[in-house]
Design a protein. Sequence first.
Length: 146
Amino acid sequence: MSTGLLHLHSFLPYIILTLLLLVVILCIKTISSGKLSAFHFKIARIAMILAHIQLLVGFMVLFMGDAAKSAFSQGMGEIMKNAELRNTFIEHPMMMLIGIALITIGFSRAKRAETDKAKNKNLLIFFGLGLVVILSKIPFEQWLNS
């Protein structure tokens, strides 16, 4: 089960990052016109849902994996001293949580906004920030070699 979850956790980011980038590009393209289509919201909703699924799968990998059991058995002091363990078990999950929270806030604010311009602005700002935060802590050296 652990291997399957790890493969899913490595595969889903390709889809999520593509959708997040698509939302940001669509929002940039519609800044001048201010028109927001239902397609924008569908793509944004799918990206948000997949990001939440990715977060749940990531937490399952984090807490149920064999590497986590051996790392947490050493204690938090040892995890914090080791840069690789700290990145894997502290920094990466926290930054992903922050990025997904930004995406969720942006979608919620856009859904409640009155005008298309405000909806577009919320999606662009929060999805863009979420994308940057997520990209900042993806372990590319592990991800691309798996």
